[in-house]
Design a protein around this ligand. Structure first.
Ligand code: HSE
Length: 447
């Protein structure tokens, strides 16, 4: 009887949440948890309430209603509060925040985080500590904002061998490329707008140099292939070198340029790469515009599957945070051994599969070079390509720009080893008749 009553009391007791950070995502999460409280309680089987929150500056105007929440500037007041069951880490960054999360775990608290750099850089250690303590660290919001891509790969596709995945996983970058293509706007203008809308990272070079996408790809690859998190092995290239000229030529050839994170399992190992990519405009993912994200996942049983939604912003990200909170509440009474593993595969079954260096990548290419307009130039270029075993798919010569004598030549190649392409580019750039550097963009059919 006493045990039954204790269980009943546990079932009726509200779950108490502490929030670290009341910025864009923190405020969005408070709003969603409050607005949908009744619906959330019906799903979780328990009332979920926010009791404490920390923010750097308490005088700042908030975008959420903090009534009923005890505010503090010290995150430790939240982390060390014995009443709190789940800590939401919504500060971001991988420095001091790592210690906060480890302290929360040591205090026996479950953690929900939207922090991709924290998970990509320190996830192996954090999950090991969480497993020792029997607590959950949930991170759905860390990848692709509101799209439940972690749950889809970790649970929905768990019967498959994942062959590859490719995603538009940085909303700011996609917003910039879309505005450049559709409206001819310049890079800096669009970036400033993305910052004002709260999409961009605190350091926006993380968005435009591909670091944010590399963090997210690290996480996706780990749960797709059952490998430890290895951010330092991701080949990363940003969008700052993309010009309107290339966007227009790509379009004339039936392609769009998208900034993709690609993870592919090959017989030699795994390719992990983030770079601008030409993709056929007829693919659904080529038509994902603005701040929207999309991830294409190919499993051996299911085939290709596509997940689409808002990749950044207050409430889309809050949607993922709150879903994690509900998952944790539902799992509270389960045996920690029988919960969904943090990285989809049992921790002692993660595989040591080699991650390939970029010269071992296999991909097709778009090349743009400037050459003299005289007999034999194209013959020289194609001879070099043949010598490196590179098959040309298409080649076109454009009109020279006003006042220029050199003509732009655009080439599309078939799939080739990157090492061969690097050597071919060096040989072509060394020709007397070719001026300047060759602009190269990788190309994928995603078929
Ligand atoms: N800066 C990120 C983006 C936010 O633009 O996608 C969401 O992770």
């Amino acid at each position: 009887m006493a045990a039954f009553l204790a269980e009943l009391e546990f079932a009726l007791k509200p779950i108490k949440i502490g929030v670290l950070g009341l910025g864009t995502v923190g405020s969005g999460t408070v709003n969603v948890l409050k607005r949908n409280a009744a619906e959330i309680a019906r799903r979780a089987g328990r009332e979920i309430i926010i009791t404490r929150a920390s923010a750097k500056d308490l005088t700042k105007q908030r975008l959420c209603d903090t009534q009923g929440i005890v505010l503090t500037t010290d995150p430790l007041d939240v982390i060390n509060d014995p009443e709190i069951d789940i800590v939401l880490e919504l500060i971001g960054g991988a420095g001091v925040v790592k210690d906060m999360v480890l302290t929360a775990i040591a205090n026996g608290k479950h953690v929900v985080t939207a922090n991709k750099s924290l998970i990509a850089l320190h996830g192996n250690e954090i999950f090991a500590k969480a497993s020792e303590k029997g607590v959950i660290v949930a991170f759905e919001a860390a990848v692709a904002g509101g799209i439940p891509i972690i749950k889809a790969i970790r649970e929905g596709l768990s019967g498959n061998q994942i062959q590859w995945l490719a995603g538009i996983i940085n909303g700011t970058g996609n917003f910039i490329l879309t505005e450049m293509r559709d409206k001819g706007r310049n890079f800096d203008d669009v970036l400033a707008e993305a910052q004002a809308l709260g999409y961009a990272e605190a350091d926006p070079t993380f968005d435009v140099e591909g670091i944010d996408a590399a963090h997210k790809l690290t996480i996706l690859a780990s749960i797709a292939f059952g490998i430890p998190l290895q951010f330092d092995k991701v080949y990363t290239e940003g969008i700052t070198q993309i010009t309107r000229t290339d966007v227009e030529y790509a379009e004339q050839l039936g392609y769009r340029i998208k900034h993709l994170g690609i993870a592919r399992q090959t017989s030699e190992g795994i390719e992990l790469r983030v770079h601008p990519t030409l993709i056929p405009e007829r693919r659904l993912i080529a038509n994902v515009n603005g701040v929207m994200n999309a991830v294409l996942v190919k499993g051996d049983a299911v085939g290709a599957t596509l997940y689409y939604g808002a990749g950044a912003g207050a409430e889309p990200t809050a949607s993922a945070v709150v879903a994690d909170v509900i998952d944790i509440v539902r799992a509270l009474t389960s045996d920690p051994e029988n919960r969904v593993p943090h990285l989809a595969f049992q921790a002692d079954s993660l595989a040591d599969i080699p991650l390939l260096s970029s010269d071992r990548f296999n991909t097709a290419y778009y090349l743009r070079l400037n050459a003299e307009d005289k007999p034999g130039v194209l013959a020289d270029v194609t001879r070099i390509m043949a010598a490196h075993n590179i098959s040309i798919e298409a080649i076109i010569q454009k009109e020279p720009s006003k006042g220029e004598t050199a003509v732009p030549i655009i080439m599309l190649t078939q799939i080739t080893l990157e090492q061969e392409m690097n050597a071919a580019i060096a040989d072509i750039e060394a020709l007397q008749t070719v001026t300047g550097k060759i602009n190269r963009i990788r190309m994928e059919t995603l078929g």
